[in-house]
Design a protein around this ligand. Structure first.
Ligand code: TXA
Ligand code: MG
Length: 360
């Protein structure tokens, strides 16, 4: 059985010395229970973060990490991000100093949707299952009060992939996690919807030049601007830019991902939709169109819904609306308006290209 417990993010406070207070007793009780699962057992807990919900286990413990891979049905060569609650934990938990190159970026974007790679030294206590045998550890300090409080109370690095079943769209609310993982995890903390809506940006500052491995909540433009000289030559992992067969540095990028059961068609020219429906004889199918900045949807014979006018809104709503059309409305085909790749667009298009079986 899977228990779902409510927690209130507004009852959490961290002061400037990273001291935690929780004003709501129920939230405190539920967070304590979740933290004890992480620190005292090999079981796992789903929790909200500002990007998407995570499925957390203890990064130090092999069995805990096995339970994550098993619950998600995730390929075990795809490493996990270890989440921390304060920068001062880095030397203590990972036995390594923070590399200089990250300093301007984490000063601006932590806590927040940015994941960095640090060296995984031979004497580190991190399970080799967490890193899938890589010589680096991916770490992130999330800004969501519930995520931070949970990690703080557990006082272990919390390994957490997105809390969806492998290949499904990432969960942005507790109900999505319940849908995918009911009976497979003991506890889901429900702290309301995730605000960013896409996963964190993963960067590798240990390579020269540095690499953006996965676009996400912090944009390429922001990294270049805030990272200054150190990040001006940042290269976007080739796998994102084209279809070349360069070995994938972030193993996660090679897998089928974000896929609803419905067929997703990515559309850049609205006038092609009617023709597509005719050619593929889809008149008897249940169809939906997700618009954003330009499409009107007035001649579309099916469900029309808006992802939002700004790319920020599109990020927030994307996975939620894909799941809604798929899981609640059992739509057969979802047409989605493309966006340009500036700013949040790179992360949005990366997710849509993986979800889509075709582009028109
Ligand atoms: O926003 C997020 O990042 C969410 C929340 C829960 O924090 N987590 C998340 O985790 O999206 P996951 O496991 O779905 O994606 C982690 C990505 C994968 O693409 C994985 O291959 C990459 O990070 N990654 C993890 N460790 C790595 C490493 N040492 N080297 C290269 N890539 C790594
Ligand atoms: Mg994921």
């Amino acid at each position: 059985v899977t228990e779902v417990l409510k927690v209130d993010p507004t009852s959490i406070d961290f002061d400037i010395q990273d001291r935690l207070t929780i004003s709501d007793p129920i939230t405190e009780q539920n967070l304590t229970k979740a933290a004890q699962i992480l620190s005292k057992s090999t079981q796992i807990v789903a929790f909200p973060s500002e990007t998407v919900y995570g499925l957390g286990g203890n990064s130090f413990n092999d069995d805990s990490i096995r339970n994550i891979y098993k619950a998600k049905n995730r390929p075990s060569d795809n490493p996990l991000i270890s989440h921390i609650s304060s920068i001062s934990q880095i030397p203590r938990l990972f036995n390594v100093e923070l590399p200089e190159i990250y300093k301007p970026l984490i000063e601006k974007f932590w806590p927040g949707p940015l994941t960095i790679l640090i060296p995984n030294l031979p004497d580190s206590k991190i399970s080799s299952l967490t890193t899938a045998g890589q010589s680096t550890i991916a770490i992130r300090l999330p800004s969501h009060p519930i995520a931070r409080a949970l990690i703080h109370l557990a006082d272990v690095p919390v390994a957490a992939p997105s809390a969806n079943a492998s290949t499904r769209p990432s969960p942005t609310q507790a109900a999505h996690v319940y849908h995918d993982l009911e009976g497979k995890v003991p506890l889901i903390l429900d702290g309301g919807p995730s605000d960013v809506g896409v996963e964190s940006t993963v960067i590798d500052g240990l390579s020269n030049p540095p690499i953006l491995l996965r676009p996400g909540g912090v944009s390429l433009e922001e990294i270049k601007k805030i990272g200054g000289e150190l990040w001006k030559d940042v290269r976007v992992a080739k796998k994102l830019a084209d279809d070349s067969d360069e070995p994938v540095k972030t193993p996660g990028m090679k897998y089928k991902h974000y896929s609803p059961t419905a067929k997703v068609i990515l559309v850049s020219d609205e006038s092609k939709i009617l023709e597509y429906i005719k050619i593929h004889d889809l008149n008897d199918k249940k169809l939906a169109l997700l618009t954003s900045q330009h499409f009107k949807g007035d001649s579309f014979d099916g469900i029309v819904d808006s992802l939002g006018r700004t790319k920020k809104e599109v990020s927030t709503n994307l996975f939620k609306l894909l799941r809604h059309l798929d899981e609640d409305l059992s739509v057969d085909y979802i047409f989605v308006e493309s966006v340009d790749i500036a700013d949040e667009g790179l992360a949005i298009m990366n997710r849509l290209q993986k979800a889509a079986s075709e582009t028109i």
